[in-house]
Structures are given as structure tokens and as C-alpha cells.
Design a protein around this ligand. Structure first.
Ligand code: AHR
Length: 318
């Protein structure tokens, strides 16, 4: 009797409340790994049967995964749009099947906003603005002068995945803040190219920037920390001092970048918070229970630099 009761109580406790399909874009960065781990842990905490699919950086794989989730009749579908466009058709299929869709992390552009129920993520445009504002402050406070003796500080940019909101948003935010700055005339954008949000590509593109402009580059804005960490290797290999000869600002605030700041090899990073799993499943459950939710929510994000990196490092979760 007792044994039976225990078994059925146990069975009840582990019976998942809902089945949710989730299409992640891949594992391109330290940030992405933290995001995936957080989604998986939050699914367990929320008692969700999670069908997780890794698209290996291909939109077509995400579309296939979403189509499979529809065929499996999951309760809800979540995905991170690798790029902003090209989702209308598959989202219409989900809508026809009456399966609610939620967006995580990156933004998307669809012809009809009712194709998804809710979006939670990060404000890339604000991140880009924060990156420029940090640079502008630093330059002013330190009276930074162009290394080549010219009259403008030369900035190079490592962009993220082409067409990803995390890349275009950061570019627009950075450009707008630069153009609105009273110090606008101090800066020149010397080169800007995608490094696909990866360390290897960040290193490779920085090597090519250095080949052309070794003695002209004053500032690097890297649209994620992984590319910045790759670039640091390229800068050292070129015989220059990262953070001193070239000011380095990244995005994400991952542990690797904190270590680089503590080691004196990077200057600042604009946080992009990957810990979105709890809010994602809380929102998903509300949707599935027919409760109202906000259409769009951005998570909180700070800025870290060498003045507070050491203190903050101790409590970082990713
Ligand atoms: O969409 C968020 C971005 O994607 C992060 O900045 C980057 O590291 C990740 O790959």
C-alpha cells in the first residue's frame, strides 16, 4: 500500500504541466551557452516537458524545427530568431494549428504582430547607445588623442550575425548616439565588418583590420564579447597593447570579458542578459492558462568597466 502510494505520488509530481518546443540558434558564443543552460534549467523548475532543438546557425533548421513542433502538437512554441526577417510563413502555419508562439532574445519583423503572442528579450538599440556613450565619456575624461597624430579617433567595429537584430540594433544605437554627441567631430568610423558573433571570426577580422590600419586604430567596438576576446589575441599578435593602444568595448558581460578587464586587456562591456528562461516560462504558462501578458518585455541590463569589474565578477552568474 505505502509503496504504491509513493509511486503514484511520485508519478503525479513529475507529470509535466505543458510541452513546449524551443528552437535555439546554436552555440556561437559564451553568452548563447549561458542562455541555453538557463532555458533548460528553467524548464525543469517550471515542470515543462521541453523539446529543445539547436539550429546550428541556420534559419532553415529553425523553420524545420518549428514545423516539427507543430506536427507534434506541442502546447506552445518558443524560438530565438537568428535573423529578423523570413518568419511569416512558418508563423502562419503555427497560427493555423492554434499553437501560440513566443519570441526570446532577438527581435523579428513580421507583417502581422498577431503571429506571435509575446516577446521577451534584450534591447539591442539601447545596448549600442550605451556602448558609444561609454566610449565618449572615457575619451573625454582621459583626453584620449589619436595614436597616428591625426585629428580624429579611429573606431573599428566588429558586427554580429548579418541580419540579426542583436547586430542591426547595436549598430543603429551606436550610430545614433555618435551622431547626437556634441563630440561627434572627434570620431571616424574606419572599418566595420561582421565577425559572426564568434571568437574565431572576431580574431580573423581584427587581423585584417590590423593589416590595413595597425597604427591608426584607437577604439574597437565589438558587438559581442566573444569577438572582442578573439580581437584581443589579434591585437597582441600585432605587438599592440589591448585596452591601452586600442580601447576595447564589448557587449554581453560574460565571465571571459570580466577576466579580460581584470587582466587589463579590455575596457568595458555593455550587458546583454541571457537569463531569460524564468520569465519565458512564467509568461508561457500565463498564455496557456488564458491570462493576459505583455506583448513585449525587455530584461534589465547594466554596463561594466575596469572600475567595477572586479567587484561585480564575484556575483556574476554567467
Ligand atoms: O542575441 C544576443 C547575442 O547573440 C549576444 O550578444 C551574442 O553573444 C549572441 O551570440
Amino acid at each position: 500500500g505505502a509503496a504504491l502510494a509513493t509511486t503514484s505520488m511520485f508519478a503525479q509530481a513529475v507529470e509535466p504541466e505543458y510541452t513546449i518546443g524551443f528552437s535555439q540558434i546554436g552555440a556561437e558564443s559564451e553568452w548563447r551557452t549561458a542562455n541555453t543552460n538557463d532555458v533548460k534549467a528553467a524548464a525543469v523548475k517550471h515542470n515543462i516537458d521541453l523539446k529543445f532543438s539547436d539550429a546550428q546557425q541556420k534559419q532553415e533548421n529553425q523553420i524545420k524545427a518549428i514545423r516539427t513542433f507543430i506536427a507534434q502538437k506541442v502546447d506552445l512554441i518558443g524560438f530565438v530568431p537568428i535573423v529578423a526577417t523570413g518568419w511569416d510563413n512558418i508563423l502562419r502555419e503555427a497560427k493555423r494549428a492554434k499553437i501560440p508562439v513566443m519570441i526570446m532574445d532577438r527581435d523579428l519583423t513580421v507583417s502581422d504582430d498577431s503571429l506571435y503572442v509575446a516577446k521577451i528579450g534584450t534591447d539591442s538599440y539601447a545596448e549600442g547607445r550605451k556602448a558609444f556613450d561609454w566610449i565618449d565619456n572615457y575619451v573625454t575624461q582621459n583626453n584620449l588623442k589619436p595614436r597616428n597624430g591625426g585629428d580624429k579617433l579611429n573606431i573599428v567595429i566588429l558586427e554580429g550575425t548579418v541580419g540579426a537584430s542583436a547586430a542591426t540594433g547595436r549598430s543603429h544605437g551606436f550610430d545614433d548616439a555618435l551622431n547626437e554627441s556634441p563630440n561627434k567631430g572627434r570620431y571616424n568610423i574606419l572599418a566595420s565588418q561582421t565577425g559572426d558573433f564568434t571568437r574565431a571570426k572576431g580574431q580573423e577580422v581584427m587581423e585584417s583590420f590590423l593589416k590595413s590600419y595597425r597604427d591608426d586604430i584607437d577604439i574597437l567596438f565589438s558587438q559581442n564579447d566573444d569577438m572582442a576576446l578573439g580581437a584581443i589575441q589579434a591585437i597582441e599578435a600585432a605587438g599592440l597593447k589591448p585596452s591601452k593602444d586600442i580601447v576595447i568595448v564589448g557587449c554581453d558581460a560574460v565571465k571571459g570579458m570580466f577576466q579580460a578587464m581584470i587582466d587589463g586587456k579590455a575596457n568595458a562591456t555593455v550587458e546583454c542578459n541571457p537569463l531569460q528562461g524564468d520569465l519565458f516560462f512564467t509568461t508561457a504558462k500565463k498564455i496557456l492558462k488564458g491570462e493576459p501578458v505583455e506583448k513585449s518585455v525587455y530584461v534589465d541590463e547594466g554596463v561594466f568597466d575596469t572600475t567595477n569589474a572586479k567587484e561585480a565578477f564575484a556575483t556574476r552568474q554567467y
